[in-house]
Design a binder for this molecule. Structure first.
Ligand SMILES: [Zn+2]
Ligand SMILES: [Zn+2]
Length: 144
């Protein structure tokens, strides 16, 4: 069982998985703005693996591609915890920095590196994609 939670502690969640889920980093401009940082760390899990407690609120928007993005946040401190998207039913993307074991994360891929901050230096041994990764290739990287 993997656990995590928001900055203030009001929201906690568990992931019904045996080990840390696969994590990728997104360096796109939206992720930089949304996180207030240089990139986001995203952990991929089955949506039904998440159990959460606390004052979770949601924020929904329609992406440029037309899909519905459904974001869950702590209603007290507004930490963004995870999201789902109508284009990827059954899959949730957890903000990996909210995992209790975030120190143990080893990213498997970097995407949108054409928008990467120049001072962020990536290892040669981790796949990196200029924009979004091709879905089949990305799934293979995350599921290996
Ligand atoms: Zn909170
Ligand atoms: Zn992004």
């Amino acid at each position: 069982m993997i656990e995590g939670g928001c900055r203030c502690g009001a929201c906690r969640y568990t992931l019904a998985v045996e080990q840390l889920p696969p994590v990728y980093c997104c360096h796109c401009r939206d992720c930089q703005t949304w996180s207030g940082s240089a990139f986001t760390e995203q952990a991929v899990v089955r949506e039904d693996a998440i159990e959460a407690t606390g004052p979770i609120v949601d924020y929904r928007f329609t992406s440029p591609s037309g899909s519905q993005s459904f974001q869950r946040l702590c209603g007290t401190c507004h930490t963004r915890l995870w999201n789902t998207n109508s284009a990827r039913p059954g899959i949730a993307v957890v903000r990996a920095g909210t995992l209790d074991a975030s120190d143990d994360i080893v990213p498997r891929a970097h995407i949108w590196v054409k928008r990467k901050q120049p001072w962020v230096v990536l290892g040669d041994d981790v796949p990196a994609f200029e924009e979004s990764a091709p879905p089949a290739e990305f799934a293979a990287i995350l599921m290996r």
